[in-house]
Design a binder for this molecule. Structure first.
Ligand SMILES: C[S@@+](CC[C@H](N)C(=O)[O-])C[C@H]1O[C@@H](n2cnc3c(N)ncnc32)[C@H](O)[C@@H]1O
Length: 221
């Protein structure tokens, strides 16, 4: 009988699956789907001396602090221990049925005053581009090279061609879908804004979050 190959994210070993040690008197941001370490990949909201970045990625090659999937953070992260989650262009790499699980994990690990800052492609804008005939022409230039509507829908073609299966896109978001899923996951309040590069930005707030304490976010939302 033919075998079906199912690619699963790496499972933590016993040594890896212990709670991540947090620094006392610091604020911690979980940078999910972080990719290779680069200072400019951390949003400015988290660059102050009071923040500690904890990098998590399913791809061991990017040398994250935690190798694992954002769909289940239990092996490493206790309830209500992080101040923020930063998610830039990775929710669309999940299968659709995994998105509510990942968002529920964000809620579980955040403190009552915490928040998640999320950016991802705006599939509504991309659909308009495709409807107007711009399916494979350059929409903008990313650090990795020119990006087309096809790259946004299916994942960045150059990375996939190079063999990086983690770069495939498996779901997508409009502003209303992203906002609805975040509320359904348990956030108290959510604001979603459209970005300048066919992207969406969401600020998902836990019940005791105060926007006036996060000046960098005020301009975005
Ligand atoms: C397009 S890159 C984005 C990297 C970086 N955040 C940025 O904005 O440049 C997507 C990243 O998400 C990671 N990723 C994909 N699925 C994941 C999952 N289930 N859990 C954690 N990271 C995942 C990939 O390995 C990759 O590093």
């Amino acid at each position: 009988m033919p075998q079906t190959m199912i690619e699963k994210p790496p499972q933590p070993t016993v040594a890896e699956s212990k709670p991540f040690a947090l620094a006392p008197d610091k604020k911690h941001v979980l940078h999910v789907g972080c990719g290779p370490k680069r200072a400019d990949k951390l949003h400015v909201a988290f660059r102050g001396p009071d923040w500690v970045e904890v990098r998590l990625d399913v791809d061991r090659r990017v040398a994250p602090d935690i190798v694992g999937s954002m769909v289940d953070l239990h092996p490493w992260i206790l309830d209500a221990t992080f101040d923020a989650v930063w998610s830039s262009h990775n929710l669309e790499h999940l299968d659709s049925h995994e998105v509510p699980k990942a968002l529920a994990e964000f809620v579980r690990i955040l403190k009552p005053g915490g928040f998640a800052l999320i950016t991802c492609p705006d599939l509504g804008e991309i659909a308009s581009q495709i409807a107007n005939g711009r399916i494979d022409e350059e929409l903008y230039v990313s650090p990795g090279g020119p990006v087309t509507a096809l790259d946004v829908v299916f994942g960045f073609g150059r990375s996939i061609q190079a063999g990086n299966k983690f770069m495939r896109h498996n779901t997508g978001f409009t502003d209303s879908r992203l906002g609805r899923l975040l509320i359904e996951a348990g956030f108290s309040e959510v604001r979603v804004a459209k970005g300048r590069q066919y992207d969406l930005w969401a600020l998902a707030m836990m019940r005791e979050f105060r926007l006036e304490d996060q000046k960098e976010l005020g301009a975005l939302f």
